[in-house]
Design a protein around this ligand. Structure first.
Ligand code: PLP
Length: 464
């Protein structure tokens, strides 16, 4: 049990104030009564009574390297003493070193020279990347995936697939053209990977077959759509991993039409899938990479964009094109630099592949024990459990919700004492547990996670 920190108010008093003063617009209310947590360490969150909850979502992958990672926390504390505040028009060492490391890492991954610029949140960096593309091409129409999620600011909402996030906010004139993601468990074309020969990629190509399909002028050899936004593995869309050749085929189609590939690594970057950039699994080179979340391990946020030199050189993209007051805030750059140093010391490529394979094996066993698990799969430590009816296919949101709530209620008996479980729910039908454990999760913690899941599936499936 964690040491109980001092609290100011009772839970009832806090909830009363929350009900009166807090908007709900800036949160995600999966639970009718959101849980209050008080502290964190490693892979565990602790409630106000100091009771532990094993976390399998780690702040939507913002905390890949563990709660209260002392290497990163110490760097932020040192910066707090030395240079906690500085306007972004001036330079400081950490900003330059973070940009250098990310540019070198991207150069290694893609064999291309490029530069890096910063912002604060993921959606803001997405919008900055939209400006880069629009600046380079003078055009503004994008393609993106059904199931894709790129944020909820106005610009990012144009390329985020879910209509729910746009419905209340009027007309989006630059709404992307969305194409089906290769979600083989629920193939949008009802096909099987063994025999489809990537029919879904062919369907993208067909859009450009004639000018009357509305994408392409064959005489001018010019597309009206100038960039395709991808998540290499769908995040909010349910941790769907595409089949191995999909991105190579898509890239060929895009290259032939001079359409840029923008790779959103905000959720899957920084070794969530076992590679620095998740797109590295698929053998294609993006023109732009957008990142955020785990770069600072969830401390003072920094997001940003890497782009190839021709798009982002100061001549091409002049000063002030995307400035924001806190874009390279020094507490954030200190956290980012420490995170990148930490990564360099860890051998995550091997570690995540091994832990991911072990975790997935346990999940496959779990699936054998529970008919209501339709699919388990994943890449590295981005793992999914698709919850279904006993037919193994029909989405079962009600059971997903019950398991989610029961995990958060805590006190589940386990071999390591009473424990809660923090899960995240995603997927097109909100029936997928998107598991994003701490990248240093130990074997016995994986066993504990599976023990908890086993109990929750048994207990909750029995309820009506
Ligand atoms: C893939 C992806 N892109 C963009 C975003 C938006 O980032 P933020 O919530 O920091 O604005 C997210 C957030 O979950 C994401 O997962």
């Amino acid at each position: 049990m964690n040491q109980i920190p001092e609290t100011r108010l009772t839970e009832a008093a806090l909830r009363e104030k929350e009900a009166q003063y807090c908007s709900h617009g800036d949160t995600v209310h999966y639970s009718p009564i959101p849980k209050i947590f008080q502290s964190c360490e490693g892979t565990f969150l602790y409630d106000r009574e100091g009771k532990p909850y094993l976390d399998l979502q780690m702040w939507y992958s913002a905390v890949n390297f563990g709660y209260h990672n002392t290497y990163i926390v110490d760097a932020v504390q040192a910066q707090l003493e030395r240079l906690p505040q500085l306007a972004c028009q001036y330079l400081h060492e950490e900003k330059i070193l973070v940009a250098e490391r990310l540019a070198i890492e991207s150069g290694r991954a893609f064999g291309t020279n490029g530069r890096v610029q910063f912002n604060v949140g993921g959606s803001q960096a997405i919008e900055d990347s939209m400006k880069l593309v629009r600046n380079a091409t003078g055009k503004s129409l994008f393609m993106a995936f059904m199931g894709g999620y790129h944020g909820r600011t106005l610009g990012a909402s144009e390329i985020t697939s879910s209509y729910r996030y746009r419905r209340r906010f009027g007309h989006f004139s630059n709404r992307a053209h969305f194409v089906p993601f290769p979600y083989c468990f629920r193939c949008p074309y009802g096909m099987k990977l063994e025999s489809c020969d990537y029919y879904c990629a062919d369907q993208v190509e067909r859009l450009f077959e004639t000018e009357f399909n509305s994408f392409w002028d064959a005489k001018a050899e010019e597309s009206e759509f100038i960039a395709f936004y991808v998540e290499p593995v769908l995040g909010t869309g349910g941790y769907v991993v595409p089949p191995p050749d999909y991105f190579r085929r898509l890239k060929t189609i895009l290259d032939e039409r001079k359409i840029l590939l923008v790779d959103d690594e905000i959720q899957m970057g920084f070794f969530r899938t076992g590679k620095f950039w998740a797109i590295e699994h698929f053998g294609v080179t993006p023109n732009i990479v957008v990142f955020g979340k785990a770069l600072t391990n969830g401390l003072n946020p920094i997001s940003g964009v890497w782009a190839e030199e021709s798009l982002i050189s100061p001549q091409a993209f002049p000063p002030g094109s995307t400035h924001s007051t806190f874009s390279s805030n020094p507490l954030g750059t200190a956290a980012a630099l420490a995170t990148l140093e930490w990564i360099e010391q860890q051998d995550y490529e091997r570690k995540v592949a091994e832990s991911g394979a072990y975790f997935l094996e346990q999940l496959e066993d779990l699936k054998k024990r529970h008919a209501v698990i339709g699919d388990v799969s994943g890449l590295g430590l981005a793992l999914r459990i698709e919850v279904t009816q006993a037919d193994g296919f029909t989405p079962n949101k009600a059971l997903t919700d019950r398991i989610f709530e029961r995990g958060l209620a805590g006190g589940i008996p386990t071999s390591r004492g009473p424990m809660g479980l923090v899960l995240d729910v995603g997927g097109y039908y909100k029936n997928v547990f998107t598991l994003a454990p701490y990248l240093d999760i130990a074997r016995d913690e994986i066993d504990l996670a599976v023990e908890l899941l086993d109990r929750l599936f048994t207990e909750c499936a029995e309820q009506p």
